[in-house]
Design a protein around this ligand. Structure first.
Ligand SMILES: *Cc1c(COP(=O)(O)O)cnc(C)c1O
Length: 424
């Protein structure tokens, strides 16, 4: 037996373990300090009532002879796929039912999709980025080219003169930078992909956070995208499904690839629909998302469900605004925060990412995520998230203002609260 030694090339990620270690050490030495965590990339609000009700109902169905369900369709139940098609329709995008694949989350499909592509493709990945794109391709032994995302291009890099790529990963709104591509910028990528026979793997896990109506929430808002892009969506950040697990992937039937080995494959056409290959892949390696979970997901797309999840999204957006406003006040440069739950800030005074991490932990007991953990271009940056508790977020920002010499303007009720805290 020989290993797939590509696995040995995957770099150990020390990011979150290192953060945990530093925080644990600090709190062991300072047990009386209240640490506020704004580093997490996980949601904190519970599932909305519409979802819980649907889940309960589905559980009961599974316990009754007449309504029990065994294996379901690998691509997802039609009741959910129809809701997803309708969701896109509201955004004036027309999809067919069999272009929608229900998944157990965006991460799985983003990783699994690499099954469809030859090892010898050149993969283009922006840096900094969500680590899954890089690591899954290293596991397959693929060559990766990095595309510099930085302050100069607003962390939304575009193809450059010498860019040569077959597979392009884009994430917008972006994790970790919070940056969001405009339609014009995405058009540049779509044109590039069509011209170069490349495929765009578009991660739209944060689409719901886009507030600006001129910014795209789906790559299919761009003409031609159905011929070159696969889109990955998730209910994790949009509806609190990080622990419940459900997402969906769009593989348009217009996405076709020319193949060379015609005779070997015994197919009559020299073009293959990626959609068909993905069906084959999924029906072979995946047995679908639990019926119960899909009923819960269906509820997300009802009128009531949408209203309820938007309340949660607005709660997180308000947190993002508190953080962004604080950066404005102190004069710290940042990206994101408006159309994204992430605030990607430039560490002040030329500090490096981990230096700023230690500085915040030790001085104001606030935890964030060092940007250096997301790629070389992340050095000198720092990620704060809006997924925390509202009061804690406000308190963390007040501590930050104080640290930078900006006493926050006290309104009467906040003053009362502060007095109470002082007297504790
Ligand atoms: C959180 C996140 C996902 C979601 O993954 P799930 O498997 O659906 O929970 C996907 N992409 C990015 C960039 C993310 O940050």
């Amino acid at each position: 037996m020989r290993l797939n030694e590509n696995f040995l090339n995957v770099k150990e990620s020390y990011l979150f373990s290192e953060i945990a270690k530093k925080v644990n050490d600090y709190s062991a030495q300072n047990p009386d300090k209240k640490i506020i965590r704004l580093g997490i990339g996980d949601v904190t609000l519970p599932l909305v009532p519409a979802v819980i009700e649907a889940l309960h109902k589905a559980v009961d169905e599974m316990g009754a002879q007449e309504t029990f369900r065994g294996y379901g369709p690998e691509q997802g139940y039609d009741f959910l796929r129809e809701k997803i098609v309708d969701y896109y329709k509201k955004n004036t995008i027309r999809l067919e039912l069999d272009e929608v694949f229900v998944s157990d989350g965006a991460k799985s499909d983003v990783g699994n999709i690499t099954d469809l592509f030859d090892k010898d493709n050149v993969v283009l990945i922006p840096d900094p980025v969500y680590p899954v794109y890089v690591d899954t391709n290293i596991m397959n032994g693929r060559k990766i080219e990095f595309l510099n995302a930085n302050a100069n291009n607003g962390f939304c890099p575009l193809p450059e003169g010498n860019t040569k790529a077959d597979i392009i990963y884009l994430c917008s709104p972006n994790n970790p930078t919070g940056a969001c591509y405009t339609k014009e910028q995405l058009k540049t990528w779509v044109d590039y992909a069509l011209e170069n026979d490349a495929v765009i793997l578009y991660d739209a896990a944060y689409e719901i956070f886009v507030q600006d109506e001129n910014l795209p929430r789906s790559i299919y808002e761009i003409d031609g995208a159905k011929r070159c892009a696969i889109e990955f969506c998730s209910l994790s950040k949009t509806a609190g499904f990080t622990g419940t697990r459900c997402g969906y992937t769009i593989v348009p039937k217009d996405l076709k690839v020319k193949v060379n080995k015609l005779k070997l494959l015994k197919i009559d056409s020299d073009v293959v629909e990626i959609n068909k290959l993905w069906v084959r892949r999924q029906t072979t390696k995946f047995n679908g998302v639990p019926y119960i979970v899909q009923r819960g997901a269906e509820a997300v797309f009802t009128e009531e469900g949408q209203k309820q999840i938007m309340e949660n999204i607005n709660y997180y957006r308000a947190n993002a605004k508190v953080i962004a406003d604080t950066m404005d006040e102190i004069g710290i440069k940042y990206f994101g925060g408006v159309n994204s739950p992430y605030i990607w800030l430039k560490c002040p005074n030329g500090m490096k990412s981990w230096e700023f991490f230690d500085y915040l932990l030790e001085n104001i007991n606030v935890v964030g995520t060092p940007g250096a953990g997301f790629g070389e271009n992340g050095e000198g940056y720092f990620r704060l998230t809006a997924f925390g508790d509202k009061d804690n977020t406000v308190e963390a920002m007040n501590r930050l203002k104080k640290l930078f010499g900006f006493e926050h303007q006290t309104e009467p009720e906040q003053e009362a609260e502060e007095t109470k805290e002082d007297s504790e």
